[in-house]
Write a protein of this length. Structure first.
Length: 501
């Protein structure tokens, strides 16, 4: 009852005219920031942080959190409409959202993304409201062995993300892991895989550069070949019948939405994990548990629901360790944490006792931001669909320019622009040769998380790999991951014996 009373007090703060106006403004701004390739919530929050010093700390945090929420919704827009991930958190949405758009069902993909985001956000906020302190303590129990076990579990879903050709899938994973290792060694500081001694590789390969290259430039080249420059979607309409049919189909994905929301929230509360691994893992789990896994990557609505529910749940989850422990769960929450310190707020367990107005006002504002984000997103769907009615001869140059801006914006280095063009050509060739691209993208995301966790775990245990089995949390996760890795191999061996017989 005490929590409900605090929440009611929080709603009074959140629905103050100033705060409510900032929620709506933040969601709209975040929606467009998330839809712009290369920007994302990190850059949006960082750019707009100085503006918040004009309002009280509670209002400032509400505004920035609304931008964060809006950006999570907005990332799906460019992923579906243009095939360019608006941010790293929306890469998995591209896998099935883009094929749906090319099939004339962009409205279904956008509605699925909006409602799944709302569903994931709602579940995660409820978990945040009721279980913040105990969940924060669970996050503290995760050391390097547990984080590596979780990443191994994510890698175990990679084989399920590829085609039936396991060899091509493993090759795709290895390519991604090689690219993730480029740069300075995390332990010794020695340079490694510095191709042709080009200095630009010293800072590693930016994940967004690879994602935008493969799914922006590569997708553009592929679409030009397939459409001959014609409009990508002549059926870009929104009717009552189509909306009702879409909602009926989405109703059948509620189990995936629930499981992805819980998975995303759990991954989000882990320090340094964030929404990107959560959304990718949710997509892999959704495909592995599906009765029709062969439809994923070809326009399966569940492939949109799973990552969108997970990345919104993870964005809320990443705020939990920030408020309760002072440990940011993602790059965006690290910036929010800096803002809190500037405003004179000390994150930690005492924050819930000494700054109840701030904490519960923020939590209540998340409910409001989630509601306004889904409404604004759905209202703008006809405008998004109008984009696909343009001939691709007009749309292709726009995609190319947005891709260049998206590749240049994060680091402002021409090296990344040239690299992105190479990745675009490489992605197009791999697609022509029927190599799965998703495992390579996932490997370059999780590689930089998994490698330091593995090496630090082995340092702790003096090189004993049993550290991943003996620990109470890491052990079960590792065993499940190994089983999932071996299952496809066992299936392939069984099929080969059947053919021989």
């Amino acid at each position: 009852m005490e929590i409900l009373q605090h929440l009611m007090d929080g709603f009074l703060i959140a629905f103050d005219p100033l705060n409510l106006g900032l929620v709506i403004l933040g969601v709209v701004v975040g929606l467009f920031i998330g839809a712009m390739p290369g920007l994302g919530s990190v850059n949006g929050v960082a750019i707009l942080l100085p503006m918040t010093f004009l309002v009280p700390p509670t209002s400032a945090m509400i505004f920035l959190a609304a931008i964060y929420y809006g950006a999570m919704y907005g990332g799906a827009i460019s992923s579906v409409m243009l095939g360019i991930p608006g941010a790293s958190t929306a890469v998995a949405t591209t896998f099935d959202g883009r094929p749906l758009a090319l099939r004339g069902e962009a409205d279904k993909a956008l509605v699925a993304a909006a409602l799944a985001s709302f569903f994931g956000g709602t579940i995660s906020i409820m978990l945040f409201t009721g279980f913040a302190p105990p969940l924060a303590s669970i996050a503290l129990d995760f050391g390097d062995p547990e984080i590596f076990a979780l990443m191994l579990l994510a890698f175990a879903t990679f084989v399920g993300l590829g085609s039936d050709d396991i060899a091509k899938t493993i090759f795709s994973i290895c390519i991604g892991l090689v690219f993730s290792a480029v740069g300075l060694d995390i332990m010794s500081g020695e340079p490694r895989l510095i191709f042709f001694d080009i200095i630009g590789f010293m800072s590693g390969i930016n994940f967004l550069v690879l994602a935008i290259g493969i799914y922006g430039i590569g997708e553009m080249l592929w679409t030009i070949e397939k459409t001959d420059g014609n409009s990508m979607m002549s059926k870009a309409v929104v009717t009552v019948d189509r909306v009702l049919n879409n909602l009926k189909e989405l109703g059948r994905t509620w189990k995936i939405a629930v499981s992805s929301s819980f998975l995303g929230f759990f991954v989000g509360i882990l320090p340094a994990a964030g929404a990107t691994p959560g959304s990718l893992m949710a997509y892999g789990v959704a495909k592995m548990t599906s009765k029709t896994p062969e439809t994923f990557g070809k326009g399966e609505v569940s492939g949109v629901v799973a990552p969108e529910a997970a990345n919104n749940a993870a964005s809320t989850g990443s705020m939990l360790p920030m408020l309760t422990l002072g440990i940011p769960g993602s790059p965006t929450t690290a910036i929010l944490l800096g803002g809190m310190v500037i405003w004179g707020l000390v994150p930690g367990p005492l924050l819930f006792v000494e700054q109840t107005e701030f904490v519960w006002g923020l939590i209540a504002s998340l409910y409001a931001a989630n509601l306004f984000a889904v409404l604004i997103n759905i209202i703008f769907i006809p405008a998004f669909l109008w984009m696909l009615k343009m001939p691709f001869t007009i749309l292709a140059p726009m995609i190319f320019v947005l891709s260049l801006v998206g590749g240049y914006a994060p680091t402002q280095k021409m090296h990344d622009v040239w690299l992105m063009l190479l990745f675009g050509a490489g992605g197009y060739l791999l697609r022509k040769l029927d190599y799965p691209l998703a495992p390579a993208v996932l490997a370059i995301v999780l590689g930089p998380i998994a490698e330091p966790a593995l090496r630090q775990s082995l340092l702790i245990s003096n090189g004993d790999p049993m550290v991943f089995i003996n620990r109470p949390i890491a052990g079960p996760i590792t065993i499940i991951a190994l089983i999932l890795i071996l299952l496809p191999l066992a299936k392939a061996i069984r099929q080969r014996f059947k053919k021989a017989a």
